[in-house]
Design a protein around this ligand. Structure first.
Ligand SMILES: Cc1cc2nc3c(=O)[nH]c(=O)nc-3n(C[C@H](O)[C@H](O)[C@H](O)COP(=O)(O)OP(=O)(O)OC[C@H]3O[C@@H](n4cnc5c(N)ncnc54)[C@H](O)[C@@H]3O)c2cc1C
Length: 320
């Protein structure tokens, strides 16, 4: 069958827990599906250990990625066609201006092909927000790091900084304290965003120091990072901190640019969904997981959102 001339019931975009959960359910519901993933696994693929993937007491991120792929492939059969290594560039509506659901058709353009589907599930998650100060681009991977569990051990016995006072920042600091000489955490606001219990535990380590109310100004160095320059907001003092590694944990950006012309996004670029059924502002398009404006984002939540969406998509396609 030529995928370009087929009109699929459903197009699932993504390769993390949300997309894979949706793919497994689509197969069980016999929805003719095209599944497009840049790669399998999603954001926590880089984790050394995940302890809260329900039903699995402990699993590495890379094993989670391979088991997600295996789970989908086990049940995909000839119902779910998987296109891995493809990136969706744009989704447009070809037809469907009346209320007859069977008439909706969306065009999904990737870097390799164009597909058509009656319904679309957006499950493209998010990626790390980048530090945006002079020197940040120059020193990325030369001392500036966005994944402590991947690169942290390279900084053993060194002085490092963590930027960001949310849970991710404090969890990163906790990891680094196991082998770094010292860890300084800088946060932009007057109070940390992380859970109190985590803050207290991390700050009790004598190698740990945290500073509130700071503004990062610049990163400098030679071949590698040597200094982080920040401003103390209260005193307006400029501080030059000698440092070998900078771990950035300042949030994430949803991977939604490719559908921004079609559906409503909030000011953070997250897809606005109805939390009861994951419907977006456009009939025929659903979204699940970290790309949405759901309040909480976790692997299990992403998978659960997608299952909710699939139940709803099935009903919609069958005109109920
Ligand atoms: C370092 C780290 C550790 C974490 N640890 C945990 C943990 O221990 N427990 C937990 O519950 N949560 C954890 N999380 C959060 C968890 O990873 C996310 O909540 C979860 O991955 C969200 O799943 P998702 O399927 O919505 O999106 P993602 O996991 O972000 O997956 C998005 C997928 O879409 C694909 N994609 C993106 N754009 C396109 C496109 N245009 N075309 C095609 N494909 C595309 C990507 O390749 C990716 O496969 C962690 C996150 C990070 C960053």
């Amino acid at each position: 069958m030529n995928p370009e001339s087929t009109i699929y019931d459903l197009c699932i975009i993504g390769g993390g827990p949300a997309a894979v959960a949706a793919g497994v359910y689509a197969s069980r519901k016999r929805l003719k599906t095209v599944f497009i993933a840049k790669e399998f696994g999603g954001q926590s693929s880089v984790s050394e250990e995940i302890q809260n993937w329900i039903g699995t007491p402990t699993i590495s991120g890379s094993k989670l990625a391979s088991s997600l792929k295996e789970h989908l492939k086990t049940y995909a059969g000839d119902i779910v066609e998987i296109y891995e290594g493809e990136t969706v560039i744009e989704v447009t509506k070809k037809q469907g201006d009346n209320s007859v659901q069977a008439d909706y058709v969306f065009s999904i353009k990737t870097d390799k092909s164009i597909y058509s589907a009656k319904a679309v599930l957006i499950a493209t998650g998010s990626s790390r927000r980048k530090l945006n100060v002079p020197g940040a681009d120059k020193y990325e991977n030369k001392g500036i790091v966005y994944c402590a569990s991947c690169d942290g051990p390279l900084f053993a016995d060194m002085d490092v900084v963590v930027i960001g006072g949310g849970n991710a920042g404090f969890e990163t600091a906790a990891q680094l304290l196991a082998y770094c000489k010292s860890v300084v955490l800088l946060h932009k606001n007057e109070e940390f965003k992380a859970d109190e219990i985590t803050v207290k535990k991390v700050l009790s380590n004598p190698k740990m120091h945290a500073i509130l109310n700071t503004e990062i100004l610049e990163v400098t160095g030679g071949d590698f990072v040597e200094k982080l320059i920040y401003k103390e907001k209260e005193t307006v003092n400029k501080v030059e901190l000698p440092v070998s590694g900078i771990f950035v944990e300042i949030g994430s950006t949803p991977a939604t640019a490719y559908i921004s012309k079609l559906i409503e996004l909030d000011k953070f670029g997250q897809v606005v969904v109805d939390p009861r059924n994951q419907q977006t502002s456009v009939p025929g398009v659903w979204a699940a997981g970290d790309c949405t404006n759901g309040l909480y984002h976790q692997n299990n939540i992403a998978a659960g959102d997608a299952v909710k969406a699939l139940e709803d998509i099935y009903m919609w396609l069958h005109g109920k």
